[in-house]
Ligand binder design. Structure first.
Ligand SMILES: Cc1cc2nc3c(=O)[nH]c(=O)nc-3n(C[C@H](O)[C@H](O)[C@H](O)COP(=O)(O)OP(=O)(O)OC[C@H]3O[C@@H](n4cnc5c(N)ncnc54)[C@H](O)[C@@H]3O)c2cc1C
Length: 512
């Protein structure tokens, strides 16, 4: 793979030069950096404000204690849960946003994900456009993030063309064995579409993958390594780090956003621009709009918070030895469509980065060490995700200045049905011991839906091009704009929407 560039511009605020851009972007994660990269050739003056800093490159970044115990990289400001109790959210504020820690699985939503679907838990709403409207942007996003994949194996794959320019990461021998076992019981295990340079990642050592940052910029293809260098090839692009957006302010008519106030170096500043683009992540973006009191004539800002329902499942066969260093190459979508015997759309199953005994200890503190080592040696680790559904009462609000996340995890019968199906499948494939754990509610890894788009300004915040219905010069281009969560990882859809929104800006700007 080609070498990645590191953003090398000056990231300090220049009061004389920076505060009158054409566009201000809040957030340098998947939505913000991708959006900025798409306008690199526009020559537009773009100011990106990022509250985080660059993640330092130290060997500590690969230590499980750093990740799971010290939680060194998590946002330090607590959120409140639905009972008002503070918790440290699984949310990250660094240049590159949550993609610095993501698992690099870059899936397209399936065609049915754009249509209305009914679950026991509620209704997954239709998007204001179909899959075909996003298809070309998915392809561009796959090229941008150098996604490795292979078409024609996954039975749920939506129509191409695809932007896969690299073959999938090959299975190590134990995973090849797992794939054969699954095939023998009729499962169509497919390669996982991954934005990774596996050799680059392995240079940093063999460690788990998900939630581990890639500060070398050599392994994970993420916002900082892929999109930001392209954005910075625009000589009029400026990234200011450690600058926290505080509030948007509208003009007297209430229609135009006039300025954005932000905190930097202990002082408050404001910036005027033609266009304001918010990409702070689903929960922080909703919080910022609520604090600003803008864009909310529909009363939908902050509502409809979604996150997938996640589980980990470790499948153990005492005669199977998992010697793989990197196991994350396989996915199963056999339960994704309404074609299984439950008559319901279930979800997606994928391998996660290898969990070692040492890692499991942080999750199962009371279990004996030898047992955890034995499980890790003879087990494979799966991640199961099912769709969440939008509910107005699942929402972000502000309480005592803090973000309050009111997420009543919907009835999880669909998820538990899939867990049951997965266990049956894995037992048939020769893994008699199965350890299941539902992930808790403080982990909003796949947060989305809190500033949703739609065709009707009464029930949505954004129009189908990610523009605020209330303010023609405000866009929101992160995961908050999702209408539904689907049951695959959100990152590629964030990127595709951001690229599509950037194209819209080329038409929009002359009118502003
Ligand atoms: C551990 C983990 C694993 C994941 N694995 C996957 C995966 O394998 N595949 C996948 O598709 N998705 C995965 N995700 C989810 C994926 O990372 C997100 O969907 C994606 O990053 C969302 O993009 P975004 O633009 O909405 O937000 P982010 O990428 O989080 O970007 C938001 C940015 O805004 C900044 N910001 C926030 N508030 C402010 C403010 N007030 N002022 C200035 N800046 C601000 C933040 O610091 C951040 O840089 C994972 C997430 C996590 C945490």
């Amino acid at each position: 793979m080609t070498k990645h560039l590191r953003y090398s511009g000056d990231c300090t605020l220049d009061l004389a030069a920076d505060l009158k851009p054409d566009i201000v972007i809040v957030g340098s994660g998947m939505g913000g950096a991708t959006f900025a990269s798409a306008l690199a050739d526009s020559g537009l003056k773009i100011l990106m404000l990022e509250c985080g800093d660059f993640l330092p490159h130290t060997p500590d970044n690969r230590f499980p204690a750093t990740i799971y115990e010290e939680m060194l990289f998590h946002s330090k400001t607590p959120w409140l849960d639905r009972n008002g109790n503070p918790f440290v959210p699984g949310n990250f504020e660094w240049v590159g946003g949550n993609t610095k820690f993501y698992g690099t699985v870059l899936y397209r939503f399936r065609e049915i994900d754009f249509a209305e679907r009914h679950y026991d838990e509620g209704v997954s709403l239709a998007w204001p456009f179909s899959y075909s409207a996003l298809q070309p942007w998915y392809e561009k996003a796959e090229i941008l993030y150098k996604v490795r994949g292979q078409e024609g194996i996954d039975p749920t794959e939506p129509p191409g063309p695809y932007g896969y320019r690299f073959p999938p990461v090959p299975d190590e021998p134990p995973i090849a064995e797992l794939r054969r076992r699954l095939q023998r019981v009729g499962v169509k295990a497919a390669p996982l579409p991954m934005a990774v340079d596996i050799d680059g990642w392995m240079e940093g050592g063999s460690s788990p993958f998900d939630q581990y940052p890639d500060s070398s910029l050599k392994g994970k293809m993420e916002a900082e390594s892929c999109a930001l260098p392209i954005a910075a090839s625009n000589p009029n692009f400026k990234l200011v780090t450690k600058a926290r957006a505080a509030a948007f302010r509208a003009d007297q008519s209430g229609r135009q956003i006039e300025r954005l106030e932000f905190d930097y170096g202990g002082a408050s500043y404001s910036v005027n621009a033609k266009l304001f683009v918010l990409a702070a992540g689903a929960v922080p973006s909703a919080a910022l709009l609520l604090r600003s009191g803008v864009a909310n004539s529909s009363d939908q800002v902050g509502r409809n918070f979604m996150n997938h329902i996640f589980s980990f499942l470790i499948a153990v066969d005492p005669w199977f030895r998992n010697t793989s260093r990197y196991q994350k190459t396989l996915s199963i979508n056999d339960f994704y469509f309404d074609t299984n015997d439950t008559g319901k759309s279930l979800g997606n199953i994928q391998l996660v980065g290898k969990l070692f005994g040492e890692t499991l200890r942080f999750h199962e503190k009371r279990a004996p060490r030898f047992l955890l080592n034995w499980i890790a040696e003879h087990g494979v680790d799966f991640f199961l995700q099912t769709e969440d559904v939008p509910r107005p009462e699942n929402r972000v609000t502000i309480k005592d200045g803090l973000i309050k996340l009111d997420w009543h995890r919907p009835v999880i019968s669909t998820h538990l049905t899939m867990v049951k199906r997965a266990k049956r499948m894995l037992r048939a494939a020769g893994f008699p011991l199965l350890f299941h754990r539902l992930m808790d509610e403080t982990i909003p890894y796949h947060q989305c839906g809190t500033v949703r788009m739609g065709a009707d300004p009464k029930s949505s915040v954004l129009d189908p091009n990610n523009v605020s219905w209330d303010h023609p010069n405000l866009m929101v281009v992160d995961a908050s704009s999702f209408v539904s969560s689907a049951a695959v990882n959100p990152g590629l859809t964030v990127a595709a929407l951001a690229l599509r929104a950037a194209e819209h800006v080329r038409k929009l700007l002359p009118q502003l």
